[in-house]
Design a protein around this ligand. Structure first.
Ligand code: NG6
Ligand code: CA
Length: 518
């Protein structure tokens, strides 16, 4: 036998006998090292950095969020990509900054799905790792292939085509039609004798509108921002809808319905690893909490809605304890954008807000380029692995995709999730090092790198009158040192031209970075 053939024989023996044995040992070790953790992402709608009491909020006591923070890691410098809903959710799901793509702004209720069905998504990471994936709650990323869709038939593509095995959603936001639930792509309680039609361009059917019949707007008179179209349950909505009387939701039950569906998903899958995205509707306007929460806070309906949100978080925590899966379940709690008081419905929240600061020490809120727009509450709890504490690491929701891909050893194809960073060690609390920089977005872009924030000169009006929000708009460059000045009060652009130059270049580089073509 020549030396060469002996080598080949050895290789053969290794392939047939040794390798399978090694693989067996490795997989046995893996299964003993513990089951994959379940993951629940609880995502609030318009909850501000300063709203929860664990973030210093004084208006309502968020007992359960505080408990979650006490047993988990509370981040003080965590961000959504944008200061409004659709773009933030797009970033979270795809790991790509939304401003890189046309059509990722706030969507009407009849919009088509904006996530291409062949993209890597956060939910797909879990699917590929063998998880059961579910989505319950607000969606607002579009449904179907076009605006023209038949709401009386199953609608595809939607959440089930971008990574969720199960979905129970409402299409957009509570302030817009159609005011219906969809389970796995089909509207619930369809009645062939009363078909649903939706239109955002012109009035259809004979349902009264807020514009023609303001006397029927019992709950929120004098609506603004286009909330004077079809009236559903005494509330004016955006968009026109006819039919589907049986399918229309009851506003007071929204939070309860989603909670029940979320709990049911957990119960149905608690023996396998599962990933649940639980998108709350609170405290987005129109705020219509259930009877047990109405009047419970001193802040009016917004405060009541926050108490309802907090209760729902507690209910989920208790469900996990009942099933004895609380130790190995990761709960991540965050919000899609900063806070707003009056968002087009006159619900007295501005008058009743008192001294409560929904954005805490931050300036601005929803719609703004200031920190109040994109810096949000972010708590991660995993009793089995994460030590309780507070972290000031700079992290983005956009980073969850790459971080979970790393944890679960899922390969993200090159070019996908281009803006997502693996920050798993920061999410675990093992390091305070997060991102170097993050881009913030409303109508324009700003950038935060380390302690510094730069907002380039822009044409945005400095103040949005309708929502009482400081926007971050200014005709001159703005530079803030967030370490000393978290409230963005002292513009240092003139005195620090080199910093301005450096951050402008970093922002330009981000803006121009090549990503996957569509
Ligand atoms: C805005 C609406 C606002 C609200 C928001 C959606 C106007 C002027 N304002 O465009 O009323 O519906 O969209 O909020 O139309 S979000 O949290 O879903 O982004
Ligand atoms: Ca929102």
């Amino acid at each position: 036998m020549s030396f060469n053939t002996m080598g080949t024989h050895l290789q053969e023996i290794f392939r047939i006998a040794v390798l399978p044995a090694l693989l067996l040992i490795v997989s046995a070790a893996q299964s003993q090292s513990g089951k994959k953790p379940n993951v629940i992402l609880i995502y609030a709608d318009d909850l501000g950095y300063g709203d929860p009491s664990c973030y210093g909020g004084t208006g309502v006591e968020t007992v359960y969020l505080d408990r979650l923070a006490q047993r988990g890691l509370r981040f003080t410098n965590a961000h959504t990509t944008s200061s409004t809903c659709t773009p933030s959710r797009y970033g979270l799901m795809t790991g790509e900054y939304p401003w890189r793509r046309q059509g990722t702004g706030i969507l009407p209720g009849d919009a088509a799905l904006i996530i291409p069905t062949d993209r890597m998504t956060l939910a797909r990471v879990f699917q590929q790792a063998g998880y059961q994936t579910g989505l319950v709650g607000k969606w607002h990323l579009g449904l179907g292939n076009s605006i023209d869709k038949n709401w009386n038939e199953p609608i595809k593509p939607g959440p089930n085509e971008v990574g969720y095995h199960y979905s129970f959603i409402f299409p957009a936001t509570a302030d817009r039609v159609p005011t219906v639930f969809l389970e796995n792509g089909s509207v619930l309680n369809i009645d062939s004798g009363d078909p649903i039609e939706v239109n955002y361009k012109k009035k259809i059917g004979s349902d009264p509108t807020g514009k023609e019949h303001p006397e029927l707007l019992k709950l929120f008179p004098d609506p603004q921002q286009g909330h004077d179209q079809t009236i559903v349950n005494g509330i004016g909505r955006m968009g026109y809808m006819t039919g589907g009387k049986l399918a229309r939701w009851t506003d007071e039950e929204l939070g309860f319905t989603f909670l029940e569906k979320a709990k049911a998903f957990v119960r149905d899958h608690y023996r396998q690893p599962f990933f649940l995205t639980y998108n709350l509707t609170e405290p987005h306007a129109p705020r219509m909490p259930g009877t047990m929460f109405k009047g419970k806070s001193k802040l009016g309906l917004r405060g009541d809605a926050i108490l309802q949100l907090d209760w729902a978080v507690g209910e989920i925590m208790m469900e996990l304890e009942r099933l004895d899966i609380d130790k190995n379940t990761i709960i991540i709690f965050s919000s899609d954008n900063g806070p707003v008081l009056n968002d087009g419905y006159n619900d007295k929240d501005v008058e009743l807000n008192g001294s409560h600061k929904p954005a805490g020490p931050l300036r601005g809120g929803k719609y703004s380029l200031l920190e109040g727009g994109t810096r949000v509450p972010f708590i991660i709890s995993w009793p089995a692995k994460i030590k309780p504490g507070v972290s000031d690491a700079l992290v983005g929701q956009i980073d969850l995709l790459a971080s979970f891909a790393r944890l679960l050893r899922v390969v993200v194809p090159a070019g996908e999730a281009a803006d997502s960073r693996d920050l798993w060690q920061a999410f675990l609390g093992k390091t305070k090092a997060g991102r170097d920089c993050i881009v913030e977005h409303s109508r324009q872009l700003a950038i935060v790198c380390g302690d510094w924030k730069f907002i380039p000169a822009n044409n945005i009006p400095p103040y949005f009158k309708e929502t009482y929000t400081e926007s971050g708009g200014s005709k001159t460059d703005q530079l803030y040192n967030l370490k000393n000045d978290i409230g963005e009060k002292y513009n240092l652009a003139e005195s620090h031209p080199d910093k301005v130059k450096e951050l402008r270049a970093l922002l330009d580089r981000e803006r121009e970075r090549q990503v996957l073509p569509r």
